[in-house]
Design a protein around this ligand. Structure first.
Ligand code: C2E
Ligand code: MG
Ligand code: MG
Length: 418
């Protein structure tokens, strides 16, 4: 019926030269209500929410429920667009008021996306898509707010769509390469470790950074295939360097939180390690702090299973997220990597200096080693060395290199075989 009304209203708007606004309203935290109070109460809330929305609009407008906790509003026959924002604000206010469900009180809010005919689009499908995109921007902006669809939003969505299509092809067409950034032992200045960093050379755009494509790979599920490739590649490299250069050489691999959801990867990786006849010590997995906060027993079990396979674990970008410090010990973490943002102004900013020092002391008391990331100057290196930081990585020593370049670096810095 929504589509019916919308197409009817669009025809009318076209003939009469009117404007029309399409609004997507998604309730925030509705799932919590369902989960804690039960579906029956959830249903009651939806009924009440729809009545509140109806109370904010004119009789000639349409309210529909698309599914779940998503509502749609059509404001038809608009001669000007001034009223839209007031109506949307009324709806936001109406939905944040407490809901009384039998004897319970529940609280939700709403994220609203708005698009205009004919300003943003003239076709029904495009308007629906626009309103949906705008709604997601409201979600991303912290919820309980409204966003208008903009051209930039569409451009960004298109860009992501194209990039995702290219990303799917990139695996088949071997456009990825693994590079290695050396990690130095600060007491000897020798290299016994490297971090594997993924590089994508796009046939047209050239180099695309992992910060841009990893999130896309995570959302689309491609991260599983990509992550498996990275792991296999890093393993093969570790085997070669352990045999030819340094029997203790370690390669660290970044693990996306998405990859810890299923145990499938771990089994495959353990198999890789066995068939390459490599001990777990050849690999370090870099995970982010947020994972330690995951209360899910599943995540902890996954991490501990990696531990049991002898694989070491590092907390990446330490200090930028929220850590449950007690978990550092509980989960048997091996390394903390101090985030670049603390290292960057180490020599000029007293508080960053104090933070780095505190991290090193805490880590050592817990029996963990510390790696400083983003070391760019000799002054930073010297300070880190003086505070007893174990290892360092950064442009001062080298950027991430291809395997060939890395071997040349190792040869010229004369690594003694231990
Ligand atoms: P990260 O794991 O924290 O990696 C360190 C990043 O800092 C790398 O950026 C590295 O090139 C950069 N970096 C190293 N030294 C310096 C320095 O001295 N100064 C500055 N300004 N930067 C430095 P990159 O390669 O662009 O990677 C960005 C992020 O993408 C990584 O952050 C990691 O989270 C993710 N990533 C990279 N490869 C993979 C991968 O194979 N799988 C997954 N899941 N994520 C990856
Ligand atoms: Mg990392
Ligand atoms: Mg990092």
């Amino acid at each position: 019926m929504l589509l019916d009304r919308l197409s009817h209203d669009l025809k009318k708007a076209h003939r009469g030269g009117f404007k029309l606004a399409l609004m997507f309203i998604d309730l925030d935290r509705f799932k919590e209500v369902n989960d804690t109070l039960g579906h029956h109460m959830g249903d009651m809330l939806l009924v009440e929410a729809s009545q509140r929305i109806v109370g904010c609009i004119r009789e000639s407008d349409t309210v529909a429920r698309l599914g779940g906790d998503e509502f749609t509003v059509i404001l038809a026959d608009l001669t000007d667009t001034c009223g839209i924002e007031r109506i949307a604000s009324d709806i936001l206010a109406a939905l944040t008021a407490p809901f009384t469900l039998l004897t319970e009180r529940a609280f939700v809010s709403a994220s609203i996306g708005i698009t205009l005919y004919p300003d943003d689009a003239v076709h029904l499908e495009d308007l629906l898509k626009n309103a949906d995109q705008a709604m997601y921007v409201s979600k991303a902006n912290g919820r309980n707010c409204l966003s208008y669809f903009t051209r930039a939003m569409q451009d960004a969505a298109l860009h992501r769509m194209h990039l995702l299509a290219d990303l799917r092809l990139a695996m088949e067409q071997h456009q990825f390469e693994l590079h290695y950034q050396p990690i130095l032992d600060l007491s000897t200045l020798q290299i016994h470790k490297a971090e594997a960093l993924l590089r994508w050379t796009h046939p047209v755009r050239g180099a695309v950074g992992p910060a841009e494509f990893i999130p896309l790979a995570e959302e689309s599920g491609l991260i599983h295939a990509l992550g498996n490739w990275v792991f296999a590649q890093a393993m093969a490299q570790a085997k070669t360097w352990r045999e030819q250069i340094d029997p203790d050489f370690q390669i660290s691999v970044n693990l996306s939180p998405v990859q810890l959801q299923s145990g499938a990867e771990r089994l495959q990786w353990q198999h890789h390690l066995q068939s390459a006849q490599l001990g777990g010590a050849a690999v370090v997995l870099e995970i982010t702090e947020g994972l330690l906060l995951e209360k899910s027993a599943h995540i902890s079990a996954e991490l501990l299973a990696y531990r049991d396979a002898g694989i070491q674990v590092a907390i990446d970008d330490f200090g930028t997220g929220y850590s449950a410090l007690s978990y550092l010990k509980q989960m048997d973490i091996d390394f903390l990597k101090i985030d670049q943002s603390f290292v960057r102004n180490l020599d000029t900013d007293a508080s960053n200096h104090a933070l780095c020092e505190a991290i090193v002391v805490m880590a050592h008391k817990l029996g963990l080693k510390v790696i400083a990331e983003g070391v760019e100057t000799i002054a930073q290196r010297d300070l880190l060395q003086a505070m007893g930081c174990d290892c360092a990585q950064g442009y001062l020593f080298s950027k991430a290199l291809s395997a060939k370049e890395f071997e040349t670096l190792l040869a010229t810095t004369a690594q003694p075989v231990r």
